[in-house]
Design a binder for this molecule. Structure first.
Ligand SMILES: [Fe+2]
Length: 150
């Protein structure tokens, strides 16, 4: 699997979790808690891998530098919202509203990456570099998943 397929697969998983989580009623705080924990882990691992492996390769090239920097800013927003959601009681009336904000932010990030950044990266990188990134993303994800214990 190349790096783009790997990252897109994470995106599908995160979208699915967001969808399921938005459908959980406020009185099912335990279910919210459990799905949110999964979503948070997924997003943290995905963001870390992109920041450590994928974006540095893009920042090294003029054509993709600005995009990678913008994507990192979007990650910072996502992390902030995750921290807020984590700290809030899951039956708080504002929780769903905040989750809606996270969903918008994440879906926008996914669209930006898949519609623009991936195409520009494909053009800027050699096949060898793309394969190497895929290997490094896989290895780093495995490490982070093992450290998370799930
Ligand atoms: Fe991503």
């Amino acid at each position: 699997m190349d790096v783009f397929e790997l990252l897109a697969k994470d995106h599908r998983k995160v979208e699915d979790l967001l969808e399921r989580l938005s459908g959980v009623a406020p009185d099912r705080a335990d279910e919210r808690e459990q799905l949110f924990a999964q979503l948070k882990t997924e997003l943290e691992i995905h963001s870390t891998v992109e920041e450590e492996v994928f974006y540095p390769a893009l920042e090294a090239r003029e054509a993709t530098r600005d995009e990678a920097e913008e994507a990192e800013e979007a990650h910072a927003e996502v992390r902030e919202l995750l921290a807020e959601l984590d700290a809030m009681p899951k039956d708080d009336p504002e929780w769903a509203e905040r989750l809606g904000e996270l969903k918008l932010e994440v879906l926008q990030h996914v669209r930006d990456e898949e519609n623009e950044i991936f195409a520009d990266a494909r053009a800027a990188l050699t096949n060898e570099q793309i394969e190497d990134l895929g290997r490094r993303v896989t290895a780093r994800k495995q490490q982070l998943e093992a450290a998370d214990g799930s």
